[in-house]
Design a protein around this ligand. Structure first.
Ligand code: CUA
Length: 225
């Protein structure tokens, strides 16, 4: 999870988030190179005293500085598209979790098993335990097995919500009347925190998501109880 002064991305807990971080760094590197080059050019222009009195056109240089940026943009566009389709790919999920956004809490259904559904509310500050995280912990966590493909179906009962877990690279809108689908793979155990990220009303900030990633045998033990 994010803590104080953590302005960058969180450590990834899934292969897709790892790819997203790689793409972010790639795009940022191109951005820095362009900024430095253009910045240097603009800065040096201030100290230029020479004027070409016979300058009327420059077909060649105009060709170069039109085509070159277009090619540079392709180096961002193609990896971006690759990632977009990678995020949309479904790879034989072993478990399906359905999450439904409400004003203002999430409810979950494990549709592969009978009668496993529950609501997940934020723990209010005055009821928080000493090791709890304020505005981030919930009363009923989602338990999911690590090292397995998980499908997640997202919808909403009232207004648009968004089921967002930064460490897993998951962000899906829950829209009334629609059932959105995505999938992820958690590659380590731990607690992964998320929040609703679609402005959904007065308590939008107070409907967090907590995933408890555990080994598969612990998950089976949890699901059978
Ligand atoms: Cu639900 Cu914002």
């Amino acid at each position: 999870m994010s803590t104080w002064a953590n302005l960058g991305l969180q450590d990834s807990a899934s292969p897709l988030m790892e790819q997203l971080i790689f793409f972010h760094d790639h795009a940022l590197l191109i951005l820095v190179m362009i900024t430095v080059l253009v910045g240097y050019l603009m800065f040096m222009l201030f100290f230029n005293n020479y004027v070409n009195r016979f300058l009327l056109h420059g077909q060649m240089i105009e060709m170069i500085w039109t085509i070159l940026p277009a090619i540079i943009l392709l180096f961002i566009a193609f990896p971006s598209l690759r990632l977009l389709y990678l995020l949309d790919e479904i790879n034989e999920p072993s478990i399906t979790l359905k999450s439904i956004g409400h004003q203002w809490y999430w409810s979950y259904e494990y549709s592969d098993f009978n009668d496993i559904e529950f609501d997940s509310y934020m723990v209010p500050t005055n009821e928080l335990s000493t090791d709890g995280f304020r505005l981030l912990d919930v009363d009923n966590r989602i338990v999911l097995p690590m090292n397995s493909q998980i499908r997640i179906l997202v919808t909403a009962a009232d207004v648009i919500h968004s089921w967002t877990i930064p460490a897993l690279g998951v962000k899906v809108d829950g829209t009334p009347g629609r059932l959105n689908q995505t999938n992820f793979f958690i590659n380590r155990p731990g607690l992964f925190y998320g929040q609703c990220s679609e402005i959904c009303g007065a308590n939008h900030s107070f409907m967090p998501i907590v995933i408890e990633s555990v080994p598969i045998n612990y998950f089976i033990k949890w699901i059978t109880n």
